[in-house]
Structures are given as C-alpha cells and as structure tokens.
Write a protein of this length. Structure first.
Length: 208
C-alpha cells in the first residue's frame, strides 16, 4: 500500500496539469469575455502554475476520493465484473505476448487458472514477488496515472460537460462537451494499453 501511495504521489504533478488546463478551458467557455481580458493581462503559464499551487491539490484530493479503485477500473476497461486486466492475463493476454514463457509458468504454478477471479489472485501473487523490479514499478506508475486521468476526465464530462450544455452558449457548449468526450476516450485507450502492458510485464519478468 505504501508503495502505491508513493507512485501516486509521483503522478500528482501530471494530474494537476490536466485539472488546471480543464479549469482554464471551462472558464473560457462560460466566461469568454472575462477570460479574454484576464489572459491579455497575465501570462497563461503563470495562471496555470498558480492554480496548481493553490486550488488543484485540494480539488484533486476531493475528486480522486469520489471514485473507488474498482470503479476506476470499470471506467478504464468498461467491464462491470472483474474489470482488472489481471482477470484475463492467463486466458488471453499472456497468449498474445511473446515475451512470456507460459510453459515456465505452468512448471512453477501448475495448471494456469481460467476463472477470472483466480487469474487475478495468481497474477497479484506473482506481482508481489516482483514489485521492486524497476520495469514493473514504472509500468505500475504509468498505469496508475492513466487510470486516475481517466477518472478525472469522466468526472469532467459528468459534473462540468453536461451542465455546460444548459448554461453555455451554443454552439460552444456542444464543442466543449465533444472535446471532453474525445479527451476521455483518448485517455481510456492509453489507460487500457498501459494496464495490459503492466500485467504482462509482471509475467515477462517472472519467466525471463
């Protein structure tokens, strides 16, 4: 748990950059005239740094607490039951990765499980053995970052995008929610790829 907290702490700067950028965008959408005057008087990077140093850490703390780890996994992998990639790592993902010696895994752990829950349990056991490996640690950090970015993008759509449909100016409000949806889908694809890479990296290191 301490290791995961440390990895999340390393990801905080990237998270607040996304949050700050979205705050600036929504300010421009809802208050375009005031925002234009503000950006004429101040450097945009100065505003971004100011937001990151003041409001963003608190907002990140509150927003990240709204969604559980399992719910974040659902948002990333679009599966309500057994959403984590470890749930299909032996039945699917390991078969697609040429780095993984499935024969060696069977020699060490016996018949590989097919049940999603059992697959994830065995994968997690292997992960704990190899969690200090730098490749796995960095892969885990990248996945946690992508997962948290996904949850933030989803919250932007729900709590900012939909209200803007009613209070924003047409057609800017339509463009804005379209931007939020595209942002979410792009981040989701990256998170899915990083999550699957993370679980297969664990098996690749175990069987090297």
């Amino acid at each position: 748990m301490e290791k995961e907290v440390n990895l999340k702490a390393k990801n905080t700067p990237q998270l607040w950059v996304l949050l700050s950028a979205n705050i600036l965008i929504i300010a421009g959408v809802i208050f375009p005239l005031y925002f234009k005057e503000l950006t004429n008087e101040f450097d945009i990077l100065f505003i971004l740094k100011g937001l990151g140093a003041s409001i963003s850490p608190l907002l990140l703390f509150l927003l990240n607490g709204l969604i559980s780890s399992n719910q974040k996994a659902v948002l990333v992998f679009w599966k309500l039951k057994n959403p984590l990639p470890g749930s299909e790592v032996f039945s699917k993902l390991s078969k697609e990765d040429t780095r993984i010696d499935r024969g060696k895994l069977k020699d060490i752990y016996g018949p590989l499980p097919k049940n999603p829950s059992e697959q994830n349990k065995l994968w997690y056991k292997i992960y704990k053995k190899n969690s200090l490996d730098i490749v796995i640690s960095e892969s885990h950090r990248a996945f946690l970052l992508a997962r948290d970015l996904t949850s933030l993008c989803f919250l932007f759509v729900i709590f900012i995008g939909f209200p803007v449909l009613f209070i924003g100016k047409w057609p800017i409000n339509i463009y804005y929610i379209a931007f939020l949806l595209v942002q979410y889908f792009i981040v989701v694809i990256g998170a899915q790829n990083r999550g699957r890479r993370f679980v297969t990296n664990v098996l690749a290191i175990e069987t090297k």
